[in-house]
Unconditional design. Structure first.
Length: 148
């Protein structure tokens, strides 16, 4: 049976990760290796304030992973994720074979790095988003953030 390609978005507990993203990546890769899955791309996506608290946490680190595995491996991956304290939530989606190359090239490529850099620059003091380039198109205005 041929392996499928899946996308997994993890929501990691920032207090457990504690800034050591490399260790978190190592733990996630161990889960995949234990369940005979091959990690194709793995990287932090974004750290955000959560809409509602999960396990008394107000912030979470979204971590994106693409992996190749047989369908029967998903049960083991999901059960291992439930047993890992660092993982608050995870969502696994099967990628359509027609989109695999595109999704992987975007996740690996300069486009992903550019989006990450734009987010790190953040909004100016007025709360407005950074200006969009012509290639990106217009940006939607952000809603004002609540003060903590």
């Amino acid at each position: 049976m041929p392996a499928n390609v899946y996308e997994c978005m993890f929501l990691l507990d920032t207090s457990k990760v504690a800034g050591d993203v490399a260790n978190a990546d190592k733990q996630l890769r161990t889960i995949f290796e234990r369940n005979n899955a091959e990690v194709l791309v793995s990287r932090p996506w974004d750290e955000r304030r959560l809409t509602y608290q999960i396990r008394n946490q107000k912030k979470g680190l979204y971590y994106l992973t693409y992996f190749s595995a047989e369908g029967k491996s998903l049960t083991g991956i999901e059960s291992d994720c439930k047993l890992t304290e660092m993982i608050m939530r995870q969502l696994i989606l099967k990628i359509d074979p027609k989109l695999v190359e595109t999704m992987l090239s975007i996740a690996k490529g300069e486009h992903a790095v550019a989006l990450h850099n734009i987010h790190e620059e953040g909004a100016d003091e007025g709360g407005a988003a950074p200006a969009a380039t012509e290639e990106e198109g217009p940006r939607r205005p952000r809603a004002p953030r609540d003060k903590e």
